[in-house]
Design a protein around this ligand. Sequence first.
Ligand code: HEM
Length: 524
Amino acid sequence: MALASIFAELKGLVPDLSIDSINFLYVGGGIAATFAVYSAVLVIYRLWFHPLVGFPGPKLLAATTWYETYVDLVHRDFPERLARIHEKYGPIVRVAPHEIHVNDAEFFHTVFATEAKHRTNIIPPRGLGQEDSIGSTRSHDMHQLRRKPLDKFMGQRNIVRQQAMIHEEIRVLDQAMVALKGNGKPVRLDCVFTSFTGDIVGRLACGETPALLQGKDFSPEWYDMIRGAARIIPVLRHFPQVGEITQKMPNWLVQTLVPRSTGFRVLQMLGAERIARIRADVANEKKGAAEDGDSMFHHLLRSDLPESEIVSARLNAEATSFMGAGTYPTAATLIFVAYYILADPKIEGRLRNDLKDVMANFDHEVPNWEKLEQVEYLQACIKEGLRLLRLFRRKARISTDLDLTYGNYVIPKGTPVSLSPYTMHIDPDVFPEPSKFKPERWLAKDLDPRMNRNLNPFLAGSRNCIGMHAAWAQMYLILATLFRPNKTYRLKLGECDESDVYPVVDNEFGVAKYDSRGLNALVV
Ligand code: HEM
């Protein structure tokens, strides 16, 4: 039967098949057919002709990233599925059409290498409003140029020097706790920790505190915003266009359409305002006024970076990245550690005892972070928190200079190679009873050296966490303050249990279930 007569016969059945709509069908069908052919060719190329064809792993992952997108958005447990894939296929798998994943801590430093070994590019995250920040800089050379002026500022020596600033925030926190003693109202410790870390990173980045700790009830809106922003990360990971489009929309429209992405917007606005002020200060210095202000942005604006590197858009991206990266993971670790201390009288008892001497003069003088590092049990609690924090998401680096060799496999240079700190942190061979919070495992006389080898919460190499020293300092100081024995108040766990803090959702960092009651405690 001729095509025309088929259409004639269908005419009565289908509401409107005018010439225009027939053309539309042709065009639509043509596009769909082209897309189908393109997809088929792409899959054939990936499965039979791609340079990574010889690597083990499920064909579905080698063929497409859509499966991972589906799992990330619906089940949110891709890291766990990846662990099971390794059980079946061995330590090296093709986790995505263009990416290799290795489950072997011995290979960690080959991938997360320093510049002396080989240069590392990344696939930059998009849609977070952080494009052009150091953490989102694709090329090794550009990353090094941007990071260099900050390395010293964020280095251990300078953080030790900047401790007075952390001490000031510690005093604010301690006084707030004293004031809450006996009022019978639970304190949201998750808000306390997020505000504390937000204040510190604000001071480090811009030289002034956002005073979140002093906000009503420790600024729960800040915690909600950070958590809300984290929740949209899995969407942005696969559909960065959502973030890119919302960044161009007016605030009211974003708030209506994608409320969670306003978090990143707020971070940008906070940074933009302060950077403009610092820029004006530094311009005045150049006109002969004395140097004042010792923040990351003062350093960047005084540095000899080319003009293109200190334009407002780039510095705003850096501010957003610092506020997000600097606030959330440190707070998440503290929430987790504080819960286990409060939930287990033996852990709390031992910690209080071990802190007795070093914290004896707290009312006159907050001890230095270096002194607190010597309290082995405190260090062990923090390490255990960092281990279990579940740095879920695999992290990738691209070697630009060398092919990497793993066993009999040669991974061509230019290939993203990833490892998952999460899997290394819960390897039952290295950490027996891996899901248990057991600080004493770090105090064994004959400590298994593989434990420190496997613990890599800050990653390593030329792109490791630039804020790690600031994070350690904060964690030591706040935990020692809250759990020192010689103080007038004590914290008592409120209406919450392990399921309210245990990270189960993969938002880069593990996040507790979305309907968590939060970590709360009574001040008695
Ligand atoms: C317990 C706390 C923290 C943990 C576990 C942590 C972890 C990490 C990790 C794993 C990375 C590498 C990310 C990647 O390669 O994709 C990273 C990078 C980064 N972190 Fe942290 N971080 C913490 C605290 C901080 C703090 C306090 C700051 C800022 C004050 C900060 C700022 C950054 C920045 C700017 C980067 C990008 C560095 C670069 O690419 O050169 N982090 N962090």
